[in-house]
Design a protein around this ligand. Structure first.
Ligand code: CP3
Length: 361
């Protein structure tokens, strides 16, 4: 399929959601209520999730369209959030392409043969849209189930995917990743270029099936200096985000500990920049507004409640929600979220309370 055909198909598949406060805020508007959703809102914090997942491996679940649909719907029904995020994982397109890796409970992705040489990079398979057909099927099921609630598709950004592939699993310091990046820049760029293509194919398949927005997760990019981010990562994330410009959907770009990278993450082609709790939203908006380039709207921020604050009791949560809503007014648009994913031990009733608070209750 050509890119133009995919773009046309994506437009045809998309629902019109004129009442979606999430899409309005992502466009830089101020809807009657601040929209809210949570990263990792589907998952272990919900007893109904744990029940449904019992006996099914994480990656098997990700390739079962009915299960993906049901798990994605659970937090929408329970919390009344303004957006659903597709239940999947950043490593799903790698597995679909044929990379030998597993998601180990309590650890995360573990790669059988880490990629650390030019030969290994050359042997990394490409992804064909058909290989993620079950994900596209799940998206189609969801667009029927969701009504007026927006559906966010996602992919892992090239750097964060590379970190798992090079380290072989989760890493605190990303030392092998950085060694490859600085020691063999040509191999590094070849790897990130391939990962950008995989992310693009994965996101285009989701868009063709009807997702209303996309989020690029560069969760671990905050480990880099701005200088290294610009040289070794930005061109590849730009290829992904700008490569989706023709789809006409909001593109969210998120990372953890990225206060120093927010302007560069905007430059990659982000309509919305995700911010963690370390940077106040008003300061984030200023940094994003200063990024050079032409944009459809002023700075739109997503965030940024510390997920750990949900353990501190209602009064603390209320004060933090109010502070974040006030700071978010400095941006042109604000989508309320956590600064990173819901922690597994979180009381789901507290999450529902946050939705009510953000919606004005
Ligand atoms: O609700 C949602 O946000 C959608 C689901 C989602 C998952 N993974 C499900 C999942 C999303 C958006 C992701 C993305 C993802 N996966 C990221 C980027 C987001 C982030 O948190 O920074 C990253 C870095 C990964 C890699 C990964 N996969 C990790 C670190 C883990 C956790 C390991 C663990 O067990 O604690 C996973 C596994 C994973 N992905 C789970 C879920 C619900 C837990 C597995 C389970 O429930 O058995």
């Amino acid at each position: 399929m050509t890119d133009t055909n995919t773009a046309l198909q994506a437009r045809a598949a998309r629902r019109s959601l004129p009442e979606s406060p999430f899409l309005a805020a992502a466009r830089g508007e101020r809807p009657t209520r601040v929209p809210v959703w949570f990263m990792r809102q589907a998952g272990r914090s919900l007893p109904e999730y744990r029940a449904l997942r019992a006996g099914t491996k994480m990656l098997s679940a990700c390739f079962d369209p009915d299960l993906v649909c049901e798990i994605t719907m659970q937090p929408v029904r329970r919390h009344g959030v303004d957006a659903a995020i597709l239940f999947s994982d950043i490593v799903v397109p790698l597995v679909a392409a044929g990379v030998d890796l597993d998601i180990v409970a309590g650890t995360g992705p573990v790669v059988a043969e880490p990629i650390r040489t030019a030969d290994a990079v050359a042997a990394l398979p490409t992804l064909a849209a058909e290989q993620v057909a079950p994900v596209a099927d799940a998206v189609r099921l969801l667009t029927k189930e969701l009504g007026e609630t927006a559906l966010i598709g996602f992919a892992g950004a090239p750097f964060t995917l590379a970190s798992y592939l090079v380290e072989g699993g989760p890493s605190r310091n990303h030392e092998r990743t950085k060694a490859l990046m600085h020691g063999e820049p040509q191999t590094w760029h070849a790897l990130l270029d391939r990962l950008a293509d995989i992310a693009l194919t994965f996101l285009r398949a989701q868009l063709a099936a009807g997702v209303d927005a996309v989020q690029l997760f560069d969760s671990w990019a905050g480990a880099l200096s701005l200088r290294d981010y610009r040289e070794f990562v930005l061109p590849h994330s730009t290829k992904v985000l700008r490569g989706l410009a023709d789809a006409g959907v909001p593109r969210i770009h998120f990372g953890v500990g990225t206060g120093h990278l927010l302007g560069a993450m905007r430059e990659a082609g982000a309509d919305v920049v995700g911010v963690d709790w370390r940077t106040p939203l008003d300061e984030a908006a200023e940094r994003i507004a200063a990024a050079p380039g032409e944009y459809a709207a002023g700075p739109v921020v997503q965030g940024n409640l510390d997920p750990a604050v949900l353990f501190a009791g209602q009064d603390v949560v209320r004060a933090e929600v109010d502070r974040i809503l006030a700071e978010g007014r400095a941006a042109q648009g604000h989508v309320f979220n956590l600064g990173h994913g819901v922690l597994p031990e979180t009381d789901p009733d507290m999450i529902t309370r946050v939705v009510e608070m953000v919606h004005g209750g």
